[in-house]
Ligand binder design. Sequence first.
Ligand SMILES: [Zn+2]
Length: 326
Amino acid sequence: MVLGVDVGGTKVAVAAVEGVTATHTLEHPTVRVSTDALLDGLEHAVHRLIQEAGRPDAIGVGVPSQIDYETGTVESSVNIPLTGVPLREELGRRFGLPVFVDNDANCAALAEAHIVGARHLVMLTLGTGVGGGVVTDGRTFRGAHGLGAELGHMTINPDGPPCPGNCPNRGCLEAYCSGQALERDASELAKDKPDSPLAGRVGGRAEVSGHELVSAADDGDPDALLIFENFARMLGVGIATCVNAFEPDRLAIGGGLSRASHLFFDRAIQQAGSRALPALWRRVTIALAEGGADAGVIGAGVLASVEIARDRDTENSHVTTTKGIE
Ligand SMILES: [Zn+2]
């Protein structure tokens, strides 16, 4: 048994994880006043879970952050006070157990690959931003330092809108297919067309939420539907690029926005199919992510399981080598 910890901008979830099953899940609000307070909150939650579920073999932690994977150091984070923190070392010291720390989108991709049984999987997590994860031959692809697979920052249009992420580029996938992009488009629409159904719905308020845009589209508001049509088109371009670059068995779309998939999913697949290389397209399945609300903790748990299994393999092969030399 391992523990999975999913640190989000609003809540921290901790669960005991065996295989791809999470039990004893507990959640508490993310403490964001300081790094120390955040870490104390994590420690408290993990200790509570250990009391209920027993001592785990290892702990996996998913954070909304850029991680230098080898050192387990957080470079920077979205919405939580973790920057330049040696998180793996710090938590390892607090718990006296092996700790593994990874980006939450990587954890989500790993969970999805294990849940559906795919060895080669790409996942796009459409939330406030766009996260990316690549699992290749059952393992998370990380690049040289663990900072790779930032699929949300692939360029879809070099002259597009500024990227809403911590990113100097324009026209990234995140600039089109994120919650922030939808809010931007919806707010612009309400401002430019004060007589539109959407503007009427929000009563002249400048900021329009993604939820309001989805409701307007569901009611058949043509301007709102047009925004989702563009969203689908750009997502299709991104999907085609991922299929061409990684040739996964499966590409999964997850994240909070996938709950509005009826407004963009089929059209995005159509777009991607008309752009991806045919030999690759024939062999890939594009699907909504099957991991539910628990996917974050499950992914963090799977990360810990995969890593301790790898450490054991390395030890065993080391023993064999030594014997060989003797
Ligand atoms: Zn970007």
